[in-house]
Design a protein around this ligand. Sequence first.
Ligand code: HMH
Length: 228
Amino acid sequence: MAGLLPYTICYCLLIHLFICSVKSDNHEHTKLPYFQFLTILGQDYIFVREFVAFAASVLVKAWKESDDSKGDTEVILGGMAGLHDEIAWFKKEASKWGVELSETVPQKANQVYCRFLESLMSPEVDYTVAITVFWAIEAVYQESFAHCLEPDTNTPPELQEVCQRWGNDGFGQYCHSLKKIANRLLEKASDDLIMGKAGDDVLKKAEVELIRVLEHEVEFWNMSRGTA
Ligand code: HMH
């Protein structure tokens, strides 16, 4: 059980953030004007390009550090294929709405978030920490958009497709696979700690970075309101 503790704490925090933001936003969110959506479109395109590089760094760590019979690299590779589609989707949406992606300038919150990702690409960052962050970044989108697809949420029809992009079952399955990898590694780090084979720095770092992801996500979404 001790091994599950770090993950449990993380997950509760994640759910807490998600529910709070959805509840407080719901009225505004249902009236999300298109220029707010377009802000996020351009900003997320920039973010996702950075996220691809981060995913590549996580893939290298998985390949180096994990027992590959567990199939971690395939899960991450599948995620990268999804990011490839996501970039194509951003381009399609941008041309539909007349947004010039090449002229989009990253806003402050996005710059800070991208710099955070860059710091985690270093080979010194442990695989356990990196995969926990990777899972959290994907899961926060999956849970939020899946929630917007629920019947009682009043999501406007024009945003349904956006919600489907991250809220669909396939993306949910993939997030679940990432969660299993993160859990396995966090449990192992916890067991190593109990056996005196390692210090608690990996677990502490995973928790700290996960909380940072949540803070960056809040700031990222505040950009659409012009408050970041
Ligand atoms: C800001 N977080 C942000 N953008 C995304 N596209 C995701 C998470 C999920 O890929």
